[in-house]
Design a protein. Structure first.
Length: 340
């Protein structure tokens, strides 16, 4: 059974220069549950991670880890908390030392456990090389191994894939997955990229201007965002209101849950002109690799519709319909749009 009080973040707030960086954030993370923090730059993700690590002092609130309060840098001589490690975007490895030396100095594990860490991190072939001879992805994996050699229980990952090419990013993603599965270390990940968080996390927390605005399983956060800001973090979406919305839903008079509808491009479909739905004209069709995307102009709205094949052409009259059982989100219309 997971520890329900493994990590508890209670009412964390932080102000800097008269501005609120974090405002009343609370959540729990049981042992073994993969959590991800999502939000645009400046939302407070990295700051919250550093508060949890004991590297930044909050203005109010408390963090408890494994039954002990995490004390901030104003309360301890050496910032940090036993059992918690923090991997930043930069590896910060000592210069000109061999990888084997860096890891030997850091290790608190028996030799067999240390070797298991090296294998999970894919760094055994790098032992004889100097740290300044490593690529960015190799440096990140060595830096991660160095942290794991301290035998932590909680790993905080702050944008670990930034500045990595596709190959090294995929390799590090596999490593982080195996850190949880094979080494039994609980992970909390910060990333702005939905391809990092959606397939990995058990739960996603969305931050906006220092506030927790949505929390839930990845599928729910993606399919039912609470605002345009939350929707934009995880991919393309369409915004409909007024007569175009009512035409799409074939609901000219029915009372709707809200004045604005958010719907993903893959949850719309095209039908021949004259069918029930929102009538429009195809403006463009684009090939995007595994699918096509059509731009359809309604009277007041330009929609993007995902298609499996190029079944329409520019200038064609079509009708846009909501796919059967498609998840949608109604919002008040006052929710702030993303600034990305």
């Amino acid at each position: 059974m997971p520890e329900p009080d493994f990590l508890t973040v209670h009412n964390i707030s932080l102000g800097e220069h008269g501005q609120a960086v974090l405002s009343g954030i609370s959540f729990e993370q049981p042992a073994g549950r993969k959590l991800a923090l999502a939000g645009e730059s400046g939302a407070g993700k990295s700051t919250l991670l550093q508060v949890i690590a004991g590297l930044v002092q909050p203005t109010a609130g408390e963090v408890h880890f494994a039954g002990r309060r995490v004390r901030g840098p104003q309360e301890v001589l050496v910032p940090g908390h036993p059992g918690i490690v923090y991997l930043s975007q930069k590896s910060d490895l000592p210069k000109s030392l061999r990888v084997e030396q860096v890891l030997r100095y850091a290790s608190k594990r028996p030799a067999t456990e240390a070797q298991a860490v090296y294998e999970v991190c894919r760094i055994s072939p790098l032992m004889a090389r100097r740290t300044d001879q490593l690529s960015g992805g190799e440096q990140q994996r060595v830096a991660l191994a160095r942290l794991l050699l301290s035998a932590p229980r909680l790993l905080l990952l702050d944008e670990p894939f930034s500045n990595l090419d596709r190959t090294h990013k995929q390799q590090l993603q596999t490593v982080i997955r195996e850190v949880g599965e094979e080494l039994g270390i609980t992970c909390l990940l910060v990333s702005h990229d939905p391809t990092d968080t959606l397939p990995w996390a058990d739960e996603i927390l969305v931050l906006h201007r220092g506030q927790l605005v949505q929390q839930g399983p990845p599928e729910q956060v993606y399919r039912q965002p609470v605002s345009e800001y939350a929707a934009a973090l995880f991919g393309d979406y369409n915004r409909l209101e007024g007569p175009d919305l009512r035409a799409l839903l074939a609901a000219p008079r029915r009372r709707l849950p809200g004045p604005v509808l958010l719907v993903r491009p893959e949850n719309l479909r095209l039908a021949p002109a004259g069918s029930p739905g929102a009538a429009g004209t195809v403006r463009a069709v684009r090939f995007l690799g595994s699918y096509y995307e059509a731009e359809v102009q309604l009277p007041a709205t330009l929609l993007r519709v995902r298609l499996p094949a190029a079944s329409v052409v520019a200038g064609e009259a079509v009708v846009v319909q909501l796919a059967e059982s498609a998840p949608v989100s109604f919002i008040s219309g006052q929710a702030q749009r993303t600034t990305n």
